[in-house]
Design a protein around this ligand. Structure first.
Ligand code: PGA
Length: 263
């Protein structure tokens, strides 16, 4: 799937992966919402359930607003949609509003009436026992569903993707991880204090993510300009986990002008 033709959208060529730059975060959201509508429609035209991988965090929020509005305005049929999430915090009470399940409900699912049984997370945020077994079950669920049609990803300031922090192996699978202090600080706005940010999470691994047919890494705003530069120019390796996605045949990077300003 190529980017829709838009006079505002630039494709940067000669880089190790396709990079699309739109003038604003809203323009990125509009373009990716179109892709999401198209991917859902194509799967349904093939007579099967669309399988979409979604991300939490600040980056996808405008995309989810645009997508929900299009679903409402155009009556996009999501009745067979299956969604799979990259990650979830651990050690939070079930009803905590910052759990990724709660955030997704608030920002997307309640607006599109997507039932919880069709939204899959590697673990529940208050789960304590048998976490390794839960992660293995998530891998089996993904393998049984078939390759995801489209996977959305943010990128952390330290180059993490999902919660694969620096050091994550290329062959990593869904597992429990310890969050870096940089990640905890970046996400602390969702919590009452830095101390309240969980120290553990469950995350798809790099190999899990690479099984999707299309990867869309999105970076918005000036704070991401440095890491976007590194994603493109650094040596591929676990020090910067996002680089481990760079040679995926279906991977694209989508930026607003501010995030692309150092390219
Ligand atoms: P953000 O997080 O979208 O909140 O910047 C991205 C990430 O940590 O993957």
């Amino acid at each position: 799937m190529r980017a829709p033709h838009s006079p505002d959208l630039r494709e940067l060529t000669g880089l190790p992966l396709p990079v699309f730059v739109a003038p604003s975060a809203q323009a990125v959201a509009l373009a990716l919402a179109q892709q999401l509508v198209d991917v859902v429609g194509s799967a349904q035209a093939e007579g099967r359930a669309p399988r979409i991988g979604l991300a939490t965090g600040r980056t996808p929020q405008a995309l989810y607003r645009v997508f929900a509005r299009r679903v409402a305005d155009e009556g996009v049929d999501l009745s067979t949609l299956l969604t799979f999430h990259l990650d979830e915090y651990l050690d939070l009470p079930r009803e905590h509003p910052a759990s990724f399940r709660a955030q997704m409900h608030e920002r997307l699912y309640r607006h599109i009436e997507h039932p919880a049984v069709r939204a899959h997370f590697p673990v529940e945020c208050d789960q304590r026992d048998d976490l390794d077994a839960a992660c293995a079950r998530y891998e089996a669920l993904l393998a049984g569903a078939g390759a995801l049609d489209w996977q959305l990803l943010g990128i952390g300031l330290n180059g993490h993707v999902a919660f694969n922090e620096p050091g994550a192996a290329a062959d990593s699978r869904t597992r429990v991880v310890t969050l870096s202090e940089s990640t905890r600080l970046a996400n602390s706005g969702d919590f009452e204090s830095l101390e309240a940010v969980p120290r553990r999470a469950a995350t798809m691994g790099i190999a899990t993510i690479r099984a999707a047919r299309r990867l869309r890494i999105v970076a918005l705003g000036p704070s991401k300009a440095g890491i976007v530069h590194e994603l493109i120019h650094a040596r591929v390796g676990p020090d910067l986990p996002a680089t481990l996605l760079r040679d995926h045949a279906g991977c694209e990077l989508w930026c607003d002008a501010a995030a692309a300003s150092e390219l």
